[in-house]
Design a binder for this molecule. Sequence first.
Ligand code: B30
Ligand code: ZN
Length: 274
Amino acid sequence: STGHWCYSSQYPSCGPDHWKDINHNCGGDNQSPIDIDRSKVSRDKNLGEIIFNGYDKAPPGKWKIMNDGHTVLVTLEGETILGHINISGAGLPNVFQAVQFHFHWGDLKQNGSEHWIDGKQYPMELHIVHLNSKYTNIAAAKANADGLAVLGLLFKVVETDNTNYNTLVAAMKNVSLEGEFVELASTFRLDSLLPRADKLSRYYRYQGSLTTPDCSEAVTWTVLEEPVNISRAQLDIFVDTAHFSAAGEARQKMTNNFRPPQPLKSRKVSASRD
Ligand code: B30
Ligand code: ZN
């Protein structure tokens, strides 16, 4: 079972150090996230361009944003959506359908990415979760090493707002407590959340896991080298608005909802061509 897991910013007694006691998977040899040591990655010529399908238009219909008590996530699933937004290429064994995206962040003083590069943690990380189209749901996909492809995007703080994030930032206040959900004011092009189009061909690839319990080792990870720009003011809205706690509970800010880097063990990290 996934029992009663948490981040140590909520309760130290159920934080990442304890996850392996709650779910055996979390102590496995293929866990995520990792610190990507660029001096040790090997270039793999099979890692071509990521083919983004449906990322370039705002789909009809609605997207739901929710606070699930450990992150804020937007679900992309739904009759009109599933099958229209997907990724392929990039050495992936199939077409992978986008099902949801969510964030991991720190606090006013602490960076909050899950993946690190060369010993450096970034302020925030976006995960766009994709399901191998040969499986019909995440539960089935989780049981297989080729089940999921997660695209990880690191953030960098810059002076000016990234206005492509305005819809999300504005919605945070409506999902400040666990269990709250609303429809977003509008859908948008998913590629508007990414770095510039000419920066998408450089990425790192390795085989890993979900970064939360049950820590299923079912994820082909793609971590883009180029960070997404966001302003401090926008990042602070993530840090200040969301709570781990539900209505009627003692308020606990949702901060530092990241798992620290896990041992690489015998795995290899590959880099795409430029
Ligand atoms: S991650 O991208 O490795 N951080 C799940 C998907 C991606 C990642 C972690 C977990 C996932 O689907 N978990 C099972 C379903 N979740 C709901 C959710 O989507 O995120 C239930 C749960 O975890 O208890 Cu909150
Ligand atoms: Zn995640």
